[in-house]
Design a protein around this ligand. Structure first.
Ligand SMILES: *Cc1c(COP(=O)(O)O)cnc(C)c1O
Length: 488
């Protein structure tokens, strides 16, 4: 295989990249302090000059795909641009130099920011209060479901054991339901991509704890019967949960609390532009209406006069702490900077632009790929490679890989589960008309390749350092060790 050398293979004995100052403690003193078995002399580290190290890692970083380098239309994940001013704000020494155990008197600035951020979220989404502790969307779901459980328990009205979710839901929904000990009940969507109201009616009962819904859902469609759905769930004594991980179509346009959702989580690392990928860090604040406020995690930040403080005694019904300290503060600062720099009008414009971009793309592409739900979409839309698969044996996975050759990150594929060979595309508001057109041109050109040279698409990517990997093996038999003697 023709590959770049590893940094270990580039090592030249004796080369020096960094010189440590002379030891100012006599070696005998160190030996007295440190047990001999802990002293190492041969670290077996590569030896290179500083320039060689810089070149090696800079080149490697350029093989990566990121929002800063490529269009990244990963549906549901909202890979929007993260403005650099957010990073600058989060790097201010007043933020980076503080410690969560510091006295409240010394950290009034960050407490004020967190307090103000919570108020901003309340006004954007319509909730009474928020917890900023959860570290991700799934963590927000868990936190919210714990509150829902405590709410029902505190009312002592029979055992509610089931949470209803539509078949278009994100995989974290049933997982979170199961983790808190509820039973997930999946109901089907109808031909327009809405919840099937008849199916909902027959699933609802005295054992219903909640309905979890994403709206617009993972098909990018707004549920046309949401007010009726909310009424039905509430009548049955259940609560309405809003999975707002991706709320990119809602800002300044529609507030989930106004639609009847009692509790909701929002991913700052999606809608509010903070970076994500590679496993985090993220933040999934949870908003609640009045009836759930007593169950919020503690400590909460309270304001007395002009002073801010943490309070753990706000409610005996609190579910307690769900995160060490106070959440991923760094992520919250970035989201705060994003909200404050756009302002109310700017946030609304961002959502409008995201919706416009998605509809423009959907309409350019629907002639070439099957569009299973043909109605105006919100911030994302779902195409299918069904035609390509039936006629030429080319699958969504092949098309996704071919897009890499064209210089684009592939969209989300095979999700949502209810669309066969799905390609879930979310351009976000960040992209220019020119970039969006380039992506559409690539998708159209790939559709033509499927007709004339399907093998080209099936064997993509053609231009990357490694060709198509066996994804199961790459995950299950991953071996990243470097050994002087290769493994037998
Ligand atoms: C991303 C996402 C989640 C999960 O969020 P994480 O931060 O990855 O845990 C849940 N629901 C929907 C609809 C999402 O898009």
């Amino acid at each position: 295989m023709n590959r770049d050398k590893l940094i270990f293979e580039k090592s030249v004995p004796g080369a020096v990249g960094f010189s440590l100052p002379d030891l100012d403690v006599p070696p005998e003193e160190i030996e007295k302090l440190v047990p001999p078995e802990l002293i190492r002399s041969d670290l077996n580290l590569p030896e290179l000059s500083e320039l060689d190290v810089v070149r090696h890692f800079t080149r490697l970083s350029q093989k990566n795909v990121s929002v800063d380098t490529h269009f990244y239309p990963l549906g549901s994940c909202t890979m929007k641009y993260n403005p650099k001013v957010n990073e600058e704000a989060a790097n201010l020494p007043g933020f980076t130099g503080i410690h969560p155990l510091q006295d409240e008197k010394e950290i009034q600035g960050i407490l004020a920011l967190l307090y103000d951020f919570e108020r901003s979220l309340c006004s954007i989404f319509g909730y009474e209060a928020f917890t900023l502790q959860p570290a991700a969307g799934a963590h927000g779901e868990l936190t919210a479901l714990m509150m829902i459980k405590e709410y029902h328990r505190s009312r002592g009205k029979g055992a509610r054991s089931k949470v209803i979710i539509p078949d278009s839901s994100h995989g974290t929904n049933p997982a979170s339901v199961a983790i808190v000990g509820y039973e997930p009940v999946v109901i089907r969507s109808n031909g327009r991509g809405n919840i099937d109201v008849a199916a909902l009616k027959s699933a609802l009962g005295t054992d219903t704890a909640a309905l979890m819904l994403t709206n617009p859902n993972t098909l990018g469609l707004f549920d046309e019967h949401i007010l009726e759905v909310a009424e039905l769930v509430h009548k049955a004594g259940g609560l309405l949960y809003y999975d707002g991980a991706n709320a990119n179509a809602n800002l300044g346009i529609c507030r989930p609390a106004d639609l009847g959702f009692d509790v909701a989580h929002f991913n700052l690392h999606k809608t509010f532009s903070t970076p994500h990928g590679g496993g985090g860090p993220g933040a999934g604040p949870v908003g609640v209406n009045k009836k759930l406020v007593p169950f919020l995690p503690t400590p909460r930040i309270v304001k007395k006069g002009k002073k801010y403080k943490f309070s753990s005694n706000v409610s005996p019904k609190s579910i307690g702490r769900v995160h060490p300290f106070h959440g991923n503060i760094n992520v919250i600062i970035k989201a705060y900077a994003y909200i404050r720099s756009l302002g109310g009008e700017g946030l609304k414009k961002a959502s409008e632009q995201a919706v416009e971009n998605a509809n423009y793309m959907m309409n350019r592409l629907k002639e070439y790929y099957w569009l299973p739900y043909d109605r105006p979409c919100q911030h994302e839309f779902v195409l299918s490679a069904k035609w390509q698969k039936e006629k030429y044996g080319v699958k969504a996975l092949d098309i996704a890989k071919r897009l890499i050759d064209y210089g684009f990150h592939p969209p989300t594929i095979y999700f949502p589960l209810i669309v066969e060979e799905s390609l879930m595309i979310e351009p976000t508001e960040s992209e220019s008309r020119a970039t969006i057109d380039e992506f559409c041109d690539a998708m159209i050109s790939i559709a033509k390749e499927c007709e004339v040279s399907p093998e080209l698409v099936k064997n993509a990517p053609q231009t990357t350092p490694v060709k198509r990997l066996d994804e199961a093996k790459a995950a299950r038999e991953l071996n990243l060790r470097w050994l002087q003697e290769p493994l037998k």
